[in-house]
Design a protein around this ligand. Structure first.
Ligand code: ADE
Length: 282
């Protein structure tokens, strides 16, 4: 996978040379290149922003600088959108990625939430290009224009809070995406078992390691029993009860036909109705 990142702080991404992503780069599984947006400016101040049209506080990133940069990185010639052309204003969705098409991603606090499903989909792409906004964001015509050029453009928020720029959001998304690539993780089984994975996402059960007793606190006996069936059931019940308490929205998204008899019993004891297509709180 080829990953390009455009930012006014490209040094920020030096951390990507560490840890598992650093190893994946050394193995040739991914190449990551961070570019400085200011390299595409022509004025003495290397300015990338301007005041918002219509007034208001802050500064907005200029489309001309971004387009010179993105045209270069995507290998596109400049074009003019016809006045009567239908311009697609759709924001990111969970559409399937076509690996042969680059995906242009803009972190944006006003976009749909980035989820594990998006990370899974994007892990199939051959080329990801991230554009980090700063200040009050970027001119809205930038994603519109590249969609009109046939680029798969997506915008994502990483949570309901506002950061100073897209750099942290890109790091978060990149880590979530790249760890799903085949060959990235030492033990791929650890991905299969974790929270938010698969169509029936639950928060993961608690984990313990040795010793069985530490400072007076014991690991639950069932985990020491060696009975794999009982261990699986205990963990599944814990995942159901934890998710029911902390993220009932995830329980509401479960497919009842995928639940076994014991799952249903546990959910009913937690106050859920499980006779319909999805659980409903009683
Ligand atoms: N830029 C600023 N805040 C952000 C957020 N929450 N998610 C994505 N990009 C952002």
């Amino acid at each position: 996978m080829k990953i390009d990142i455009v930012s006014v702080f490209p040094e920020y991404f030096e951390v990507l040379n560490l840890s598992l992503l650093g190893k994946a780069q050394a193995k040739g599984l991914v190449t990551v290149q961070a570019h400085n947006l200011r390299d595409w400016t022509h004025d003495v101040h290397h300015s990338v922003d301007d005041t918002p049209v219509g007034g208001g506080a802050g500064m907005v990133m200029k489309p001309e600088v971004w387009s010179e940069c993105l045209d270069d990185l995507l290998g596109l010639a400049p074009a003019i959108i016809a006045a009567d052309a239908a311009v697609d204003d759709a924001v990111a969705d969970d559409a399937a990625v076509d690996p042969s098409r680059p995906v242009l991603i803009f972190p944006n606090p006003s976009a749909p939430l980035f989820t594990q499903q998006d990370a899974t989909e994007l892990s199939h792409a051959d080329h990801l290009l991230f554009g980090c906004g700063r200040y009050e964001g970027y001119d809205a015509r930038i994603p519109q224009y590249y969609r009109a050029q046939g680029v798969d453009v997506r915008e994502y928020s990483i949570g309901d809070y506002v950061l100073n720029g897209g750099e942290v959001a890109v790091s978060v998304m990149l880590e979530a995406i790249t760890r799903l690539m085949p060959g990235f993780m030492g033990n791929p089984a650890s991905i299969v078992e974790e929270s938010y994975t698969g169509g029936n996402a639950l928060l993961e059960h608690r984990q313990y390691t040795k010793p069985a007793e530490w400072r007076g606190l014991r690991v639950p006996d069932v985990l020491l029993s060696g009975d794999h069936g009982k261990v699986d059931r205990f963990r599944r019940d814990e995942a159901l009860s934890k998710t029911s308490g902390l993220r009932p929205d995830l329980i509401e998204g479960l497919d009842c036909t995928q639940l076994d008899k014991a799952d249903r019993k546990t959910l009913m004891s937690l106050g859920w109705e499980v006779s319909g297509p999805h659980p409903r709180k009683r």
